[in-house]
Every structure is written in structure tokens, then in C-alpha cells.
Design a protein around this ligand. Structure first.
Ligand code: NAD
Length: 363
């Protein structure tokens, strides 16, 4: 199979869909890997490194899409790439289609075989291809929150850990999954006072155990969220209902109840966000204010730490890329139920139920 790796074009997206080690493995397995010129530069991987690993460097994105049987990338295709995709081409990448009705329509019309990293799900319900990027984004959420809480960055001017004799910042994390846990690890590490809310009592028990009393756990309901948000300096949104658009849990009124110069980081923005006032931003213009509260809602947070993220991502994507390349989509998903959950569009239909339901499309 010919596997194409285009250069990412989302703003400040420096990750790449395959490392040189991935190119070497797939080449050794008998496939041809074609990489768009300079696709890896943002992640510190040169064209020469890909060539040494057996890949071919191709000058244009158009050529990569035209030649490849499978496109392997990081973020969803953007409008400039829509016309480049072709019928029966396998598209293996993050898609987040519940928040992307236009792209979904294109994939359906073009009969692309679209496998979404974020919905591949193991029998224990974990999402192995989302996990490493959620670790990165969760850890960044606290880092970014601390940055914008500084007065010189528009914040109220508070140090996360406080100092001796002075209170630390209060941090509320909504959703105690991978994003939430990693955001909490960093916030606790900085000495902040942290509350994590989740609807899963099993998850709250787990968090209580691992943080050994250094984090408050709270059941997620409207009243607990309202109270916790009102007194927080930093709110991190990290909820997920797999495949669905994120539920709105923090209302505009709750945002208005926060002190001016407070910060919200809605990591769940890629699924539509769990904060009512959330709208997607980009790394070049990452924040805006609502009622004096700074909002940071970048859907590709890991894109600016590519030397960490590219390697963490491809550690987990390669296994399934290998299966798709060796067997084709049909046999690969028939063999592996986890991969089957990743198939979002096939043969002109949405075939992942939560996406079809959220977008009101035929399933
Ligand atoms: P996860 O499945 O590990 O965790 C989600 C948690 O949300 C679960 O523990 C679940 O019980 C909880 N939850 C569901 N409904 C809730 C509610 N009403 N109140 C409180 N908690 C609730 O998911 P994750 O890997 O942590 O990802 C979270 C979100 O972050 C996803 O939308 C993911 O796509 C997104 N994400 C964004 C970026 C970015 O760059 N912006 C990067 C990685 C992940």
C-alpha cells in the first residue's frame, strides 16, 4: 500500500503523522511511504531522516493525496484539503466529526474510508489514541492557566502555589479523565488548591486514592459546578462523552460569577467545549475575554510541543496503521473490534452512531 504523510496546515500545528521510525517500520513491512517535503521539520525530523528510513519525499501535498491509498496525519483535513481526498482513500487521523458537520459531509460525499484516532476504543472503554494527546493537553492546561493568571498576560495577578503565608490559586477541573488527571498533577505540583469534578464515582475514588488527599474530589452536578467555578481562579474543562459533542456544564452566568482576571481553559473545545462561552481559538490568537474572564480554547494544544507530542502520538497510532496497510480497512476492522470503533465514515455513510446522531445524519 502507498501511505501518504502530508504536512499539517492547521495554525501552529507542528506535529506530523509519522516519525522516521514509523516510516522505517512500514517500509520494512513492504509498503511505500511518501512524505510531503518538510512535513517533519516542525517536529525536528528532516527530509533526509525520512529518506534514510526508506520513505520518499514528495514536493506537494496535492501529489501526496493523489498517490496515496492511505493518508496518515494528525488533525482533521481543512477546507483546502477537502478537494484533494479521493473515493475509497483511507483517512487515518483525528477527526472529531461531531463538531465538524461540513467535513463529515465531504467525507460522506467523497466515499472516503475515515478512521478517527479518537474513537478507537479498547474493551475496557479506554481510548488509546486519545490518551497521549490528552496527557499533553491536560499538563499544558495548567501551564497555560498559570501563564494567563499573570498580570502582564491580562490575568488577576496570582501565583498558582501562593507563597508562605499567602493563599494559593484555586483550580477547578471538570472531568477527571486523562486531561483532568494530568491537569491536576501539574496544579498539585505547583501547590494550587485543586478540586476535580466527575460524574463517575469510580473515577472519583481512583483520583482520591492517587492524590492522597492533595485534591478535593466532588460529584459533578449543576450546583457543585456553580459553586466551585464561582470561587476559582482557574477552571479547566476536560469532559468527554466518547464521540459526542461535549455537554455544556459551565453556563455564561457561572462565568460572570468569576472574578475578573480569572482564566478558563476549555480543553474539550475539540468536541464543541463544555463551557457555554467557549469558541475555538488558535495558537496565534489563543485567548479572548468574556465578562473579564480570559478564555483559552485551542483545539490543537499539543501542536506547539511537537517534539513531545509527535513521538507520543505515533507510539500509539503505528500499530493500527500497520494493520490497515496490511489488510485494508474491511479486513482490519473485521479482525479488531477496537479499530472497528474508529471507523466513522465508510462507503458514503456515517458509520459511527454518536456522530450520526449528533449531526442528524443517516447511519
Ligand atoms: P476521558 O474520557 O479520559 O475523560 C473524560 C471524563 O469526563 C471522564 O472521566 C468522564 O466520566 C467525565 N465526564 C463525562 N461527563 C461529565 C460531566 N457531566 N461532568 C464531569 N465529568 C464528566 O477524556 P480525555 O482524554 O480526558 O479528553 C477530554 C477532552 O479533551 C476530549 O474532548 C478530548 O478530545 C479533548 N482533548 C483536547 C485537546 C486539545 O488540544 N484541545 C487535546 C487532547 C484531548
Amino acid at each position: 500500500m502507498i501511505i501518504g504523510v502530508p504536512k499539517e496546515i492547521k495554525i501552529s500545528e507542528n506535529r506530523v503523522g509519522m516519525t522516521e521510525a514509523g516510516a522505517k517500520q512500514l517500509t520494512l513491512e513492504g509498503h511505500t511511504v511518501i512524505v510531503e517535503k518538510d512535513a517533519g521539520v516542525g517536529s525536528g525530523i528532516t527530509n533526509e531522516q525520512y529518506e534514510k528510513a526508506g520513505a520518499k519525499i514528495i514536493d506537494t501535498k496535492k501529489e501526496v493525496y493523489a498517490k496515496a491509498d492511505m493518508i496518515m496525519k494528525v488533525k482533521e483535513p481543512l477546507p483546502d484539503e477537502y478537494e484533494l481526498m479521493k473515493e475509497n482513500q483511507i483517512l487515518y487521523t483525528y477527526l472529531h466529526l461531531a463538531a465538524e458537520p461540513k467535513l463529515t459531509k465531504v467525507l460522506v460525499e467523497k466515499k472516503v474510508k475515515a478512521v478517527a484516532y479518537e474513537t478507537i476504543q479498547l474493551p475496557n472503554r479506554s481510548l488509546p489514541l486519545l490518551t497521549p494527546m490528552s496527557e499533553v493537553a491536560g499538563r499544558m492546561a495548567t501551564q497555560v492557566g498559570a501563564f494567563y493568571l499573570q498580570k502582564d498576560h491580562g490575568g488577576k495577578g496570582i501565583l498558582m502555589g501562593g507563597v508562605t503565608g499567602v493563599k494559593p490559586a484555586k483550580v477547578t477541573i471538570i472531568g477527571g479523565g486523562v486531561v483532568g488527571t494530568n491537569a491536576a498533577k501539574m496544579a498539585v505540583g505547583l501547590g494550587a488548591q485543586v478540586t476535580i469534578l466527575d460524574v463517575s464515582t469510580a473515577r472519583l475514588e481512583y483520583l482520591d486514592d492517587i492524590f492522597k488527599g492533595r485534591c478535593q474530589t466532588l460529584f459533578s452536578n449543576a450546583i457543585n459546578i456553580e459553586n466551585s467555578v464561582a470561587e476559582s481562579d482557574l477552571v479547566v474543562g476536560g469532559v468527554l462523552i466518547t464521540g459526542h459533542k461535549a455537554p455544556t456544564l459551565v453556563t455564561k452566568e457561572m462565568i460572570s460569577s468569576m472574578q475578573k482576571g480569572s482564566v478558563v481553559v476549555d480543553v474539550a473545545v475539540d468536541q464543541g467545549g463544555c463551557i457555554e462561552t467557549c469558541r475555538p481559538t488558535s495558537h496565534t490568537n489563543p485567548t479572548y475575554e468574556v465578562d473579564g474572564v480570559i478564555h483559552y480554547c485551542v483545539p490543537n494544544m499539543p501542536g506547539v510541543v511537537p517534539r513531545t507530542s509527535t513521538y507520543a502520538l505515533t507510539n500509539v497510532t503505528l500499530k493500527y496503521a500497520s494493520m490497515l496497510a496490511a489488510m485494508g480497512v474491511e479486513d482490519a476492522v473485521a479482525k479488531d473490534a477496537s479499530l472497528m470503533k474508529g471507523l466513522n465514515v465508510y462507503g458514503g455513510y456515517v458509520c459511527y452512531e454518536p456522530v450520526a446522531r449528533d449531526l442528524g445524519m443517516e447511519y
